[in-house]
Design a protein around this ligand. Sequence first.
Ligand SMILES: [Zn+2]
Length: 139
Amino acid sequence: MQFMFGRRGNDELNVCLIIVALVLGFVIIFFRVFGLYLVYRIIYSVQLVLIILFFVRFLSKNILQRQKENDAFLRFIAKFKKNKKDDFNTVYTNDPTKKNKNYKYFKCPNCSVKLRVPKGKGKITITCPKCRTSFKGKS
Ligand SMILES: [Zn+2]
């Protein structure tokens, strides 16, 4: 407890660093087995850097700076997650004549706005981006 006093300990970024380092630890075994020593050395170096970063951050007393790094990391992850989710998002369609066979078209039961969702997602809950009404549909 004395040791950890004033230190930040683990945060999301550190957990990610150590997980990536562990995964790389498994991956390099294969490169070693197959005799790809150059790739093995490169990955080994990356792994070493990750582990050093982990310990530097873990033992750091500059909490503010570590917090900033972690926040930046969380923002980066959130952005990535949002982009992925957007693929399935319901979108308005202003021009119903330009129908794309990759999409299924719906009409919002509340505000009658035309919506489209990607086809082939099965039974889904569609949320109208305009009035936030949710209804079920099959895409
Ligand atoms: Zn609506």
